[in-house]
Ligand binder design. Sequence first.
Ligand code: NDP
Length: 337
Amino acid sequence: NSRIVLASRPVGAPTQDNFRLETVTKPVPANGEVLLRSVYLSLDPYMRGRMSDAKSYADPVAVNDVMVGATVCQVAESNNPEFEIGEWVLAYTGWQDYCVSDGEGLLKLGKQPAAPSYALGIMGMPGFTAYMGLLDIGQPKPGDTLVVAAATGPVGATVGQIGKLKGCRVVGVAGGEKKCRYAKEVLGFDECIDHKADDFEQQLQAVCSNGIDVYFENVGGKVFDAVLPLLNTGARVPVCGLISQYNATSLPEGPDRMSMLMGTILVKRIRMQGFIIFDDYAHRYNEFAQDMTQWLSEDKIQYREHLVKGLDKAPESFIGLLEGKNFGKLVIQINQP
Ligand code: NDP
């Protein structure tokens, strides 16, 4: 039974030294409990926040505690009449092989789900984030120009594809030519610009000649700097994530853009709103699940997973997620189904 704990808090980008792989005895379920064996572990950008003790919307992981994370598990032993051996559940057991649970908070996925790991991605937290952030805050209208970065990741890819279903012109921003080609050819985006290109700002401006009506904010930094002057009057900006800043140890280089930001918000009457998906929208999960199930069954939404085998690969994979090394939803297969 292996687990990965937070060995120390990172300063800047996390390194392998911030994590420690340990072998511990397998827990034994008490009366009323089940033993969960993790098959899939989700790696997500928010975990960088949990590694830090800066004040946030959720408590940090304590040093020497198991790294947190959503998992898709099978029930390996059951002393709880509600759960049968072999059935699948969505849980929050973190970076480890085994965990006991009293059943509280487990979401049943059935005995033979078609794609169990989808509960961590397109049918789970990232898909739900894309759906609510875009539809509730972004308020897309047919003909709007919608811009979204991290365009091939689980949130961005879903935002852009829902935008297309709602009649928007969709411009993605992604790292590298391969991801940009995928966004256009497979996801059906109208354009996708490489943020690593020297003339990124000019390229974005050229493909947004009618300005930007909805900017779904996933990354911040220089992408937002390029987007800000292109926002149209009445633009909506759902603020979902700022991944380019998660490893930052200081404020960005000057000049200070704060007054330009506030001036643009005022003069162009821009609505900018942050959200934390389950805190704000848990009560609307069924609405999302219904629409997404239908879109997937009609082949209207494409979904790409980046699957890595072995719990020991989790630290390097997570470090890579913050550098754009993943191509699709990053999932660690901890054990064989
Ligand atoms: P992704 O799988 O898309 O992974 C992150 C991607 O961000 C990388 O692959 C990379 O893509 C891009 N990226 C990393 N650094 C930079 C940078 N400096 N500049 C531009 N792009 C960068 O992640 P998710 O889809 O899971 O998450 C996307 C965003 O949504 C994150 O900011 C996350 O924190 C946020 N989020 C917020 C939630 C909420 O409730 N508010 C819930 C879930 C996610 P590329 O190579 O294309 O640049």
